[in-house]
Design a protein around this ligand. Structure first.
Ligand SMILES: C[S@@+](CC[C@H](N)C(=O)[O-])C[C@H]1O[C@@H](n2cnc3c(N)ncnc32)[C@H](O)[C@@H]1O
Length: 226
């Protein structure tokens, strides 16, 4: 596995985020983010009935919530960190959600070529929340390149998190967060929507929407061109 996962896996360790005996970890932002994410994505995912692959699912709380919120979709979670995969499986079991995976996917590697990914068939969406700014650009590039290969025509590549928009930080909080990330790891930092769009275009993904979310976050949706 490449570098990116190494530094932030500690963020959800039980001692810091109230893990359960069964391995369930808790994200400090899940309760706030989940309802707005599901509401915003309903028009995009609510009428689809295929398969969604989530990259870097972390605790698995959102993957489980998404699976339950969009029952017509098969939601498949992944994360390269085994502690996170244990948490993902534990949340799915605790909430009796028919969540797929968790798969061991490092997005900076050739994940689209993995047999377990190919077995999913053409995907309706690839979703990644709060990953690409806490990882080197290789992870964003890997998600986009892989999505370009695994998405069905019209399929969506969805990023949630803080972004640079029009070359500018949205709010002082994001600027401070970006500075903290870069101090922790110079290869991390908020990504510019324009750069993601540009790399996406090389992978056959076109801009579909940029949705404003609370706390100056955004949902960026790219769509595989037909
Ligand atoms: C800040 S957490 C976000 C987790 C979850 N998506 C959320 O919003 O709560 C970042 C996640 O990205 C995962 N990650 C880090 N490097 C990765 C990589 N190269 N490929 C895929 N996932 C990665 C980490 O293991 C972690 O679970």
């Amino acid at each position: 596995m490449t570098e990116p996962t190494s530094a932030h896996v500690a963020r959800y360790r039980p001692e810091s985020h109230g893990g359960e005996d069964d391995g369930r970890l808790r994200s400090p932002v899940f309760d706030r983010v989940s309802p707005v994410f599901l509401t915003a994505m309903a028009p995009w995912l609510g009428r689809r009935g295929g398969t969604v692959l989530e990259i870097g699912a972390g605790t698995g709380q959102q993957a489980t919530a998404s699976e339950l919120a969009f029952p017509a979709l098969r939601w498949v979670a992944s994360d390269p960190d085994p502690v996170h995969r244990r948490s993902i499986a534990a949340w799915a079991a605790a909430l009796k959600a028919p969540l797929g995976g968790p798969l061991d996917i490092d997005a900076s590697a050739d994940w689209a070529g993995l047999p377990e990914v190919a077995a999913l068939g053409p995907l309706d969406a690839v979703v990644s929340m709060n990953v690409i700014h806490i990882a080197p650009m290789a992870v964003a590039r890997g998600i986009l390149a892989g999505a370009g290969r695994v998405l069905a025509p019209g399929g969506l590549c969805v990023f949630y998190g803080p972004f640079v928009v029009g070359g500018r930080m949205i709010g002082p909080g994001n600027a401070a967060f970006d500075a903290r990330l870069r101090a922790e790891n110079p290869d991390w930092g908020l990504r510019d929507v324009a750069e993601i769009e540009e790399i996406g275009a090389e992978a056959g993904l076109g801009f579909a929407a940029l949705l404003a979310m609370p706390a100056n976050n955004r949902i960026l949706i790219l769509q595989k061109t037909l």
